[in-house]
Design a protein around this ligand. Structure first.
Ligand SMILES: NC(=O)C1=CN([C@@H]2O[C@H](COP(=O)(O)OP(=O)(O)OC[C@H]3O[C@@H](n4cnc5c(N)ncnc54)[C@H](OP(=O)(O)O)[C@@H]3O)[C@@H](O)[C@H]2O)[C@@H](O)CC1
Ligand SMILES: Nc1ncnc2c1ncn2[C@@H]1O[C@H](COP(=O)(O)OP(=O)(O)O)[C@@H](O)[C@H]1O
Ligand SMILES: [K+]
Length: 515
């Protein structure tokens, strides 16, 4: 799914109005009616008090339209105008008058003494600020937002939680509405997926408000949300007459005394994702451990007993995954540096491989084009330096990826793959994955996909998707707490099968009956 910037959405707005010869108020009516339908289909007329807070721009206008529909359907609704300015947008005014014609007089809020009482069993609709926010809300407006947050009522934000920008960090983290649900127009916004801003919402849904599909299809975006629809076209089926030689030979380099498990996880994940052959290159101490732990993986041992000391192997791998459990001992560091200087094979690098690269930045110049790096935030910071906020982090990662021609997977709740100035934001995965070893599994999976012929960007995007999806299926059996990295491997097969499952048809109230 495409993620548009606020500017692109404003442009789509204009084009839709012009092309369809409609008034902007028609678009507002349509958009806000979708919000109404969403709420109405869930509340079914329940007499729960609904507080609709409207700003004075078009986001507020949406709130007024919604208020009118709720009222006309008999809901217990109170509409407030958050009067932070005496200006009003044209469509706000139009809908203000329509609301009055429907015999509803919104309450004007002009200061702190005028905040309404909200209980936690009420419903709040936040239509204070939308995409037009251009500075931090201050004074009593900020206090009102905090009043809403303190009430802990179920809060539905229209388009965006007020105080949040679509594609930059809020100026004041205290001046943002916390939304249980965001009903966002036409496309999700980048800020929904980054840790510092995503925390302001629990869930989101896109409402199709009918913006011009031709414009939306033709407009190039630099950000994409990656779900099943996006990865399915990447999937390459297995051929009937193929043999293991068709699916590549992966080499996994890593491990040290006490951390052989990291290689065993990566090697097994690599095979389970479909690599034809996998060899592990590890220090001598891990030889028997690995042979016993994963019999399908072949093992070559390094001359170093407890850590890698000199990376030399007698084979021609299709791809090399390097770093898990490797350590950063001086000997290992020298061996890794020498390996990077002479290597020409495609690479996927994680963990200590990244730490050594961060300490010896000149090595970055020797990486093959489109080498995949999979840093967690700590490793990323060592590589690219500190950032001011999540958006700055992505900009810096883009610049770094461009400079060295890399594919970088910024790992997190929504892992973001960065390549050629574009962002691919993953939608699968869950907090159960915050457990030791899950990154090793990811390295193995991406390596396994490159081994089979996926290009590095596709391997990263598809690998991150499958990794998260496997964990999402696994937690049905394991719980979040009980999920281990090895469980993710056990469910990789289910994640592949799931690619071809259609969503269940909606169930009617009569249990078990499908439409
Ligand atoms: N795009 C679409 O497809 C469609 C969009 N629609 C809806 O329009 C929404 C965008 O509406 P919008 O442009 O009128 O901006 P909105 O967020 O209501 O408010 C801006 C107002 O607030 C002010 N202001 C800003 N920051 C401030 C601050 N910190 N503290 C105080 N004031 C501040 C600013 O004025 P200023 O003071 O800067 O002169 C301005 O008056 C969008 O999110 C969606 O809900 C749908 O109806 C139809 C289809
Ligand atoms: N809260 C979360 N939601 C979704 N995915 C997560 C979450 N926490 C961690 N992950 C995923 O788990 C993996 C953790 O990797 P990493 O930190 O390198 O772990 P380790 O070093 O223990 O192997 C990443 O792919 C990350 O995206
Ligand atoms: K809002």
């Amino acid at each position: 799914m495409k993620i548009f910037t606020a500017e692109q959405l404003y442009e789509a707005d204009k084009i839709t109005i012009k092309k369809n010869k409609i008034a902007s108020s028609d678009l507002m009516e349509h958009a806000a009616t979708q919000v109404f339908t969403w709420i109405h289909s869930r509340m079914q007329g329940a007499p729960v008090p609904i507080h609709v807070f409207c700003g004075i721009g078009n986001n507020g206008g949406d709130g007024l339209v919604l208020g009118r529909h709720l009222l006309q359907h008999g809901y217990k609704v109170q509409v407030y105008v958050v009067n932070f300015s005496d200006q009003r947008s044209e469509d706000f005014l139009l809908n203000y008058n329509r609301l009055k014609d429907a015999e509803c007089w919104p309450t004007l809020i002009k200061g702190e003494g005028e905040f309404p009482k909200i209980t936690k069993d009420d419903i709040v609709v936040d239509a204070i600020f939308g995409l037009g926010l251009n500075r931090a809300p201050e004074g009593w407006v900020k206090a009102l937002m905090q009043h809403v947050n303190d009430a802990r009522a179920y809060t539905i934000a229209v388009d965006v939680p007020s105080g949040l920008y679509a594609n930059s960090a809020p100026d004041d983290m205290e001046a943002v509405v916390h939304a249980n649900m965001v009903l966002t127009f036409q496309a999700p916004k980048l800020s929904f997926f980054l840790p510092e801003t995503g925390k302001f919402l629990q869930s989101w849904e896109v409402l199709d408000i009918g913006l011009d599909p031709e414009y939306l299809n033709a407009t190039d975006v630099t950000m994409q949300l990656i779900g099943k629809q996006e990865v399915l076209p990447m999937y390459v089926p297995r051929q009937k007459y193929s043999h293991k030689g068709n699916y590549g030979h992966s080499l996994i380099i890593g491990g040290s005394f006490g951390k052989i498990g990291a290689v065993s996880l990566a090697g097994k994940a690599c095979l389970t994702t479909g690599a034809g052959l996998v060899t592990a290159y590890i220090p001598e101490c891990g030889y028997e451990i690995l042979q016993i732990a994963v019999p399908e993986v072949m093992v070559t041992s390094d001359p170093g007993k407890r850590q890698i000391a000199d990376i030399k192997f007698d084979m021609a791998p299709t791809v090399i995954g390097v770093g898990p459990g490797m350590g950063t001992d001086d000997q290992t560091r020298n061996a890794f540096a020498e390996f990077i200087r002479t290597n020409e094979c495609p690479l996927v690098i994680d963990a200590d491989g990244l730490n050594i690269l961060a300490a010896e930045k000149e090595l970055l110049e020797s990486l093959p084009a489109k080498t995949v790096l999979t840093p967690h935030p700590g490793e990323l910071e060592r590589l690219i330096g500190a950032w001011t906020d999540d958006f700055d982090k992505l900009e810096k990662t883009k610049a770094f990826a461009k400079k060295y021609d890399l594919v970088i997977v910024v790992k997190g709740a929504h892992s973001v793959t960065v390549c050629d100035q574009k962002l691919y934001i993953n939608t699968t995965g869950n907090p159960g994955m915050a457990t030791g070893g899950s990154g090793d599994v990811l390295l193995g999976m991406i390596t396994g996909l490159i081994s089979q012929g996926y290009d590095p960007l596709q391997a990263a995007v598809f690998g991150v998707y499958l990794h998260g999806r496997a964990a999402d299926i696994a937690v049905n059996d394991t719980s979040y707490q009980g999920l281990l990295a090895s469980d993710i491997i056990d469910y990789i097969g289910d994640a592949f099968i799931d690619l071809f499952k259609r969503p269940e048809p909606p169930v009617h109230e009569e249990e078990g009956k499908h439409e």
